[in-house]
Design a protein around this ligand. Structure first.
Ligand code: ZN
Length: 463
C-alpha cells in the first residue's frame, strides 16, 4: 500500500504493520518463537517507558520511587517499575478533574476521531479513559483477533447486543467486528431492541454469532424456545467469542456451539483470549505484558501461583497503562507451544477480585469461585449473589442462587449446591434458592452485574 492514510489522525498502515489484524496476525506474530516475542516486547517496553516518562502522573510516581526508566534493559527489570492501582487513578481524577493528571496533559493535543470510554463503575465511580484515534482502532484489532480465534470470518453476520452507552463494551465489539471483516447488526441491549426482535434478527439474517455478555446469551436461548424455536437447529450460530463470565458450559448446552472465554477490562479490551485448545487464555503478547504479583507484597510470585494481574500495554498513544495492578486474580501458566501452534503465554481463567476476598474460618474465599460452582450446577441458571455477614468469629457467607425448578424443590437444591461448595472450596457456605429473576434487584445497576455485598460491621456497607 502506498502513502499514509491519516484521516483518523494517524497512519493506518503503520498500525497494521506493527499490530497485524486478522488474518495476518495468525500467520505471523501468533506463531512467533519465544525469543522473537521477547525481543519484540523488550523493544516495545523501552519505547513505552520513554513515552510514558512525559506523563506527569507517572513522572511524579517514578521520581518519588527513584525509578529511572533507562534502568530497564531486560524484561526481567520490568517489576522494578512502580505499579499503581485504581485507587491512584481515582485520586488523580479527584485532584485533577474531570480526567485526572494521567490524561489531562493530553487535552490540548488529542487527535481527531478520539473517544472517551468510561469504566462500568462496578467498583466505584465510573472513570473516564481518553483514547486517541490510534487507540480506538487498536481496540478493534485486539477484539477482532478474539472474534477470528473463535472461528468468525469475513462476511459472517454478527449481532452486537452489548449495551451501547458510555462504557467500552459495545464499541469494542463494533470495532472488533469491523477489523475482522464481519457484517454487523448493532442491536444494543434488550431494552433498545427487544429480545424477541433480536431472536428474529438472528434467525432471519443467519447471524453467526452474538457479541454480548454470557447471561444475555442464555436469555436469548430461553426466548427462542418460548417462541417455539430450537436454539440448536433453527439458527446458524458458529460460536460465541465471549467473554462468557464462567457461563460457557451453560451457553454451550443451550446453543450447541463453543462459547469462548477471555480476560480484559476497560483499558485493555480482550488482552487475553482463549483458543480452540480451551486450556487457558493466550495473552496477546505483542500488545501486552501480564505479570502476577503477591496480594500483600506486590512482589512477583513464582510461576503458576495465584496473585494479582499487573498489566503493561505496549500500544497506547493516548494515556499509558504501565504496570497497572488490576486487583484481578489469576496465575501465569508455563510457556509452551499450544496445540493451536502459538507460543504466546497463557493466563489462567479469571479467579476473582482480591478486594472481595473473604477470610472464612481461616480459608480465603472469593465470590467468583462460588459463582463458578453455582454456574456448573444444572440445578441453577447460573445467576448468583454472595453476601458476607456476621461479625468477629461468627462470619458467614450466603450465596443466593436462582433456579427454574418448582419452589417445593428449593430446599433440596440448596442442600445439593451447599455440598458442591464444600467439596470445591473447603468451607461451609449457606445457600438460598430463589425463582428466576428474583436476584435482578441485587445484581443490576452497572454494565457488569454486581455479585457481592459485604454486610459485616467492618465491611464497606458498614463503614
Ligand atoms: Zn492455543
Amino acid at each position: 500500500m502506498q502513502g499514509k492514510i491519516t484521516a483518523f489522525g494517524f497512519d493506518v498502515n503503520e498500525l497494521i504493520a506493527s499490530f497485524p489484524p486478522p488474518p495476518a496476525f495468525f500467520e505471523t506474530t501468533w506463531l512467533a518463537e519465544p525469543e522473537q516475542l521477547a525481543a519484540l516486547q523488550l523493544s516495545r517496553v523501552k519505547e513505552e517507558l520513554r513515552r510514558t516518562a512525559a506523563n506527569p502522573f507517572y513522572a511524579r510516581r517514578w521520581a518519588e520511587a527513584s525509578f529511572d526508566p533507562d534502568s530497564v534493559v531486560s524484561l526481567a527489570d520490568l517489576p522494578n517499575v512502580p505499579a499503581y492501582t485504581v485507587t491512584d487513578v481515582r485520586e488523580s481524577i479527584a485532584k485533577h478533574p474531570p480526567y485526572g493528571e494521567h490524561q489531562n496533559f493530553l487535552l490540548g493535543d488529542v487527535a481527531n476521531a478520539g473517544r472517551v470510554y468510561f469504566s462500568d463503575g462496578s467498583t466505584g465511580k465510573a472513570r473516564p479513559t481518553i483514547n486517541v484515534g490510534w487507540d480506538v482502532e487498536m481496540y478493534g484489532v485486539i477484539t477482532g483477533r478474539a472474534l477470528w480465534l473463535a472461528g468468525l470470518r469475513p462476511g459472517d453476520m454478527v449481532l452486537n447486543a452489548w449495551t451501547y452507552g458510555p462504557h467500552a463494551a459495545a464499541p469494542f465489539a463494533d470495532d472488533g467486528a469491523r477489523w475482522n471483516g464481519c457484517l454487523q447488526i448493532t442491536a444494543s441491549s434488550g431494552a433498545v431492541t427487544p429480545t424477541v426482535k433480536q431472536v428474529e434478527l438472528m434467525r432471519d439474517y443467519q447471524v453467526r454469532s452474538v457479541l454480548t455478555f454470557g447471561t444475555h446469551l442464555l436469555n436469548l436461548a430461553e426466548t427462542a424456545e418460548s417462541m417455539g424455536l430450537d436454539p440448536k437447529k433453527d439458527f446458524s450460530i458458529k460460536a460465541f467469542p465471549g467473554p462468557s463470565a464462567g457461563l460457557a458450559p451453560k451457553i454451550e448446552n443451550a446453543w450447541g456451539v463453543d462459547a469462548y472465554e477471555s480476560y480484559g477490562f476497560n483499558e485493555v479490551a480482550y488482552m487475553a483470549i482463549e483458543c480452540p485448545a480451551r486450556d487457558g487464555l493466550h495473552i496477546q503478547e505483542d500488545a501486552f505484558i501480564a505479570e502476577i504479583v503477591d496480594i500483600d507484597t506486590g512482589e512477583p510470585v513464582p510461576e503458576g501461583e495465584l496473585g494479582q494481574i499487573v498489566v503493561t500495554s505496549l500500544w497506547r498513544r493516548g494515556g499509558s497503562t504501565v504496570r497497572f495492578n488490576s486487583g484481578d486474580l489469576s496465575r501465569l501458566l508455563p510457556r509452551q507451544q499450544c496445540a493451536c501452534g502459538s507460543w504466546m503465554r497463557k493466563l489462567d481463567y479469571f479467579q476473582g477480585r482480591s478486594d472481595t476476598m473473604v477470610k472464612l474460618r481461616g480459608t480465603n474465599v472469593w465470590p467468583e469461585a462460588i459463582g463458578k460452582v453455582v454456574a456448573d450446577s444444572p440445578l441453577s441458571n447460573g445467576e448468583y449473589f454472595v453476601v458476607a455477614h456476621g461479625q468477629d468469629h461468627r462470619e458467614e457467607l450466603t450465596v443466593h442462587v436462582e433456579s427454574s425448578r418448582q419452589a417445593g424443590e428449593f430446599g433440596a437444591i440448596a442442600a445439593e449446591i451447599a455440598i458442591q461448595l464444600k467439596t470445591h472450596l473447603g468451607v461451609r457456605i449457606n445457600v438460598e434458592v430463589a425463582p428466576v429473576g428474583a436476584l435482578d434487584k441485587l445484581t443490576s445497576g452497572g454494565a457488569k452485574k454486581k455479585r457481592f455485598e459485604d454486610r459485616r460491621p467492618g465491611g464497606p456497607a458498614g463503614r
